[in-house]
Design a protein around this ligand. Structure first.
Ligand SMILES: Cc1cc2nc3c(=O)[nH]c(=O)nc-3n(C[C@H](O)[C@H](O)[C@H](O)COP(=O)(O)OP(=O)(O)OC[C@H]3O[C@@H](n4cnc5c(N)ncnc54)[C@H](O)[C@@H]3O)c2cc1C
Length: 461
C-alpha cells in the first residue's frame, strides 16, 4: 500500500506540499483548522498580499501552476521611496540592473486557493477543513484533531472519512506513516516534538515592532492611485510603512511600528492622535486613505517573530516544513518563497530515498537548516535597510555601484538582493558571497584611494 502522509495546515506551503506528495502517488490527508478559503474566510490573519519571486515561482512551475498564479500577479520592478516631509518627491530605485526583473504582488487568499486546488487534482489527496490539530503522538505518527461545529464546516474534494456531529466538538485522530507539520509559526506539531524530543533546540525572538494593515482604495475609475508597478516604502528610520498593489486597483499598506514607546501603537489611540501621526509622517498617503481611521481602529496589530529550531524531523515519523520549521520576519519578502523551496527539496529527498524516509527527512533538514538560518539573519538586516537606509544617498549610491558592477562583470558580481530574489542560489551561499564581494569592493576602493594619494604626493613632493 502507498505510504500515507498526514499533513497539518493547508496554508501556502501545506497546499503546495500536498500537491507534490499527491503527484508522487502518496496518500495524503491534509487537515486545516480554518474553514475553506473558497467560502470567503480570511486566510490566517497574516498579510493580505505577498511578494512572490524566483524561488517561489520555480516551486509553482514544478507542479504546473506558476502561470495560473502569475495571471493574478502585479509585477513590481523596484522600490518607490517616499521621503519624509511634505512636498518631497518620490524616488524610484529599480531592483536590478535588468529592468525586466521584478517581484510579484499576489493575494494570499487567491494563492492559497490555487495551491489547495492543485493538490485536489490528485484523487489520493483529501483536504479536511475545520480540523484543528491539538497535538501529535510522534512515536506513532498520530495526530489528535478537534473538529468544532461550524457553519463553514466542509471537506473539500471528497467527503471526510470521519463522522461529524454538528453540535459538539469531535475529538478525532488521524494516523499515517508520517505526520508533516505545515502549520505555521505557532505549530502544534512542533510543540509536540518539543515536548517529546530530548535536546530539541528552540529559539523564538520577537521584534519590538508590530504591524498593522491599512488600505488605499482604487480611484473612482478603478485605477491605481500611485505607481502600480512598484513596492512603495515610506522609510522613517525607526519605523516604516510599505504598500503593495492589488489587482482591483487598491494598495494594501502595512505600517511597521514600535508596540511601546513615546510614539508608538501604545500611545496612538484617539482619532486625533492617528490623524496627526499620519499627517506628520505620511502626508502624501493621507489623502489616498479615506478609511484610515476605521482601518487603524479595527485592524489588529500583528507581531513579528523569528523562530529557529532543530531538528526538523523525528525518525521517519514527523517532519516540519515552512514557517513551522523556520518563521522569519517579512522584510526580505522570502518567508513563503523559502517555504515553497522547502517543498521542492523535501520532494527531491523523498524521491532520492524512497525506501528510507528517515534518511530523506534527515537529508532535507541538512540541506535546508543552514539556509533557513541565513535567511532569518538577512530578513532582520533588511528591516534596517528598508526603514532607514533606503532614504539615504550613500545607500542609493551603493545600489548604483552594485548595478554597475553587475552589468560590468556579468556572472562574476551579483548583488545580494539579486541573489536572494532573482536566483535560487542557496541563501547561506548568497550571504557568504555577498560578504566576500563587499570585502573586495572596500579593498578595491581603499587601494584606489591609496594610489590617488600616492600620485598626489609624488606630484606635489
Ligand atoms: C506581514 C507579513 C508579510 C509577509 N510578506 C511576505 C512576502 O512578501 N513574501 C514572502 O515570501 N513571505 C511573506 N511573509 C511570510 C509568509 O506569510 C509565510 O512565510 C508563509 O505564510 C509561510 O507559509 P506556511 O504554509 O508555512 O504557514 P502559514 O501560511 O502560516 O500556514 C499555516 C496554516 O496552518 C494552519 N494551522 C495552524 N495551526 C493549526 C492547527 N493546530 N491545526 C490545523 N491547522 C493549523 C493555519 O490556519 C494556516 O492555514 C509575510 C509574513 C507577514 C507576517
Amino acid at each position: 500500500m502507498a505510504t500515507k502522509f498526514v499533513l497539518i495546515g493547508s496554508g501556502l506551503a501545506g497546499g503546495l506540499l500536498a500537491a507534490y506528495l499527491g503527484r508522487r502517488g502518496y496518500n495524503v490527508d491534509l487537515y486545516e483548522r480554518r474553514a475553506d478559503p473558497r467560502e470567503g474566510n480570511l486566510v490566517g490573519g497574516r498579510s493580505i498580499n505577498l511578494a512572490l519571486s524566483t524561488r517561489g515561482i520555480h516551486a509553482l512551475e514544478q507542479i504546473g501552476i506558476a502561470d495560473e498564479v502569475l495571471r493574478h500577479a502585479i509585477p513590481m520592478r523596484g522600490r518607490m521611496i517616499h521621503p519624509a516631509g511634505a512636498g518631497a518627491h518620490t524616488i524610484f530605485a529599480p531592483y536590478d540592473v535588468d529592468p525586466t526583473k521584478h517581484i510579484n504582488s499576489i493575494g494570499r487568499a487567491a494563492l492559497n486557493t490555487t495551491v489547495i486546488e492543485a493538490a485536489q487534482r490528485y484523487p489520493n489527496v483529501r483536504v479536511h477543513f475545520n480540523h484543528k490539530c491539538a497535538g501529535v503522538d510522534i512515536d506513532s505518527a498520530m495526530a489528535h484533531l478537534l473538529n468544532p461545529p461550524s457553519p463553514g464546516y466542509g471537506v473539500a474534494g471528497t467527503s471526510s472519512s470521519q463522522p461529524v456531529n454538528s453540535s459538539t466538538t469531535q475529538p478525532i485522530t488521524a494516523s499515517g506513516d508520517a505526520v508533516i507539520g505545515v502549520d505555521g509559526a505557532f505549530s502544534a506539531v512542533r510543540q509536540s516534538m518539543q515536548l517529546k524530543i530530548d535536546n530539541f533546540e528552540y529559539d523564538e525572538s520577537y521584534l519590538a515592532h508590530g504591524y498593522k494593515e491599512l488600505t488605499i482604495p482604487p480611484g473612482p475609475d478603478g485605477s491605481w492611485r500611485m505607481e502600480k508597478n512598484a513596492l512603495h516604502i515610506w522609510p522613517r528610520k525607526s519605523f516604516m510603512m510599505i504598500a503593495l498593489p492589488n489587482p482591483d486597483g487598491s494598495f494594501t499598506c502595512t505600517l511597521f511600528w514600535e508596540f511601546e514607546g513615546p510614539r508608538s501603537f501604545a500611545t496612538t489611540k484617539t482619532d486625533d492622535d492617528v490623524r496627526r501621526f499620519f499627517e506628520e509622517e505620511f502626508p502624501d498617503a493621507v489623502p489616498l486613505m479615506p478609511n484610515l481611521l476605521d482601518d487603524f481602529k479595527n485592524n489588529p496589530i500583528g507581531s513579528l517573530v523569528t523562530i529557529r529550531c532543530a531538528p526538523w524531523f523525528y525518525r521517519d515519523k514527523v517532519c516540519l516544513v515552512g514557517d513551522a520549521a523556520h518563521a522569519v520576519v517579512p522584510f526580505y519578502g522570502q518567508g513563503m518563497n523559502a517555504a515553497f523551496e522547502d517543498c521542492v527539496v523535501l520532494d527531491k529527498c523523498l524521491a532520492a530515498f524512497p525506501q528510507d524516509r528517515q534518511r530523506a527527512f534527515a537529508e532535507y533538514f541538512q540541506r535546508r537548516k543552514e539556509n533557513a538560518d541565513a535567511l532569518a539573519d538577512l530578513a532582520l538586516e533588511n528591516f534596517i535597510e528598508m526603514r532607514d537606509k533606503t532614504a539615504s544617498r550613500t545607500f542609493r549610491a551603493k545600489k548604483k555601484l552594485d548595478h554597475f558592477l553587475e552589468a560590468a562583470l556579468p556572472r562574476v558580481y551579483l548583488p545580494l538582493y539579486t541573489m536572494v530574489t532573482f536566483t535560487r542560489i542557496p541563501y547561506a551561499r548568497a550571504a557568504r558571497r555577498a560578504r566576500f564581494q563587499d570585502g573586495a569592493i572596500y579593498a578595491g576602493l581603499i587601494a584606489i584611494a591609496a594610489l590617488l594619494i600616492g600620485i598626489l604626493l609624488w606630484f606635489t613632493g
